[in-house]
Design a protein around this ligand. Structure first.
Ligand SMILES: C[S@@+](CC[C@H](N)C(=O)[O-])C[C@H]1O[C@@H](n2cnc3c(N)ncnc32)[C@H](O)[C@@H]1O
Length: 246
């Protein structure tokens, strides 16, 4: 199906800020199309964690994704806007609700999207979020995640700066806290019997962006005991945001 960014953005009117945000986001960021492609062959319900104004729901429906979609975010204004836009667009089996992920995680079985959210949580909350998200995965489900990874180099500094600007511009109500470490993610996925693919999404963009697509293998180990032995991310210094206002 055809991707119609201007039509999607119009569903956010009369909220002009969200209309222009949608226009510029679609024009500059391939994220939603990449995610929609990755979910093309999946049929499990999707929980979009930290869904913002729910742009992904529109792109998924346009791409033929027909399973139930549920978006959660801490920001009540974004949830209101997401709900109104989905209703104007007539999106079926689509719902949004206000949830603070550092306190609770919704009941869910199926796929989970974590797009540009993990770095805005404290390391201990990241641990809990990733564990909850991985526990949702059932056969055929996918965990799809975009995040910067904590690596040396100017790209992460630029990404951190832009995440911090989003906070200053009040688009985000929190600043970045810490970026995940790839090796720690790989170890966590392995403990859950989940196979993951890491793809750089940086392309020509100056961001330190990775798309991570994880699926549970057929015979997942019963790994609940292993989790106790796992080093929590909260033990790791938040080196990626040292010196930044939060
Ligand atoms: C950079 S935006 C990404 C939005 C969306 N995933 C996307 O890619 O379009 C990060 C989102 O995480 C949400 N967020 C941050 N901390 C949160 C928390 N503790 N609980 C729920 N949502 C949170 C913010 O409100 C914001 O909408």
């Amino acid at each position: 199906m055809e991707f119609q960014p201007v039509q999607i953005a119009r569903h956010y009117l009369p909220h002009r800020t969200h209309y222009y945000y949608a226009r510029s986001k679609f024009a500059t960021d391939p994220l939603y199309r990449v995610v929609a492609e990755a979910l093309t062959d999946t049929h499990r319900p999707l929980l979009d964690v930290g869904c913002g104004i729910g742009l992904l729901a529109h792109v998924l429906r346009g791409n033929g994704f027909s399973a139930a979609y549920s978006g959660v975010d801490i920001d009540s204004g974004k949830i209101r806007s997401a709900t109104a836009a989905a209703s104007r667009a007539g999106l079926k089996s689509t719902q949004f609700s206000e949830v603070d992920l550092s306190r609770e995680f919704p009941q869910h079985r199926g796929s989970v999207a974590l797009l540009d959210i993990v770095q805005f949580l404290e390391p201990s909350a990241q641990d809990a979020l990733l564990e909850s998200a991985l526990a949702c995965l059932d056969p055929g489900a996918v965990l799809i995640m975009r995040s910067g990874l904590a690596r040396p180099g100017w790209r992460l500094r630029f990404t951190r700066f832009v995440d911090w600007l989003a906070r200053m511009a009040r688009w985000m109500n929190v600043g970045p806290k810490a970026y995940p470490v790839r090796e720690e993610l790989e170890q966590r996925f392995a403990r859950h019997g989940v196979q993951a693919r890491f793809e750089s999404l940086s392309g020509r963009l100056p961001f330190e962006n990775w798309l991570i697509i994880a699926r549970r293998s057929e015979q997942a180990p019963n790994d609940r005991q292993d989790h106790a032995a796992a080093p929590p991310a909260s033990n790791r210094p938040t080196i990626a945001v040292q010196g930044l206002p939060t």
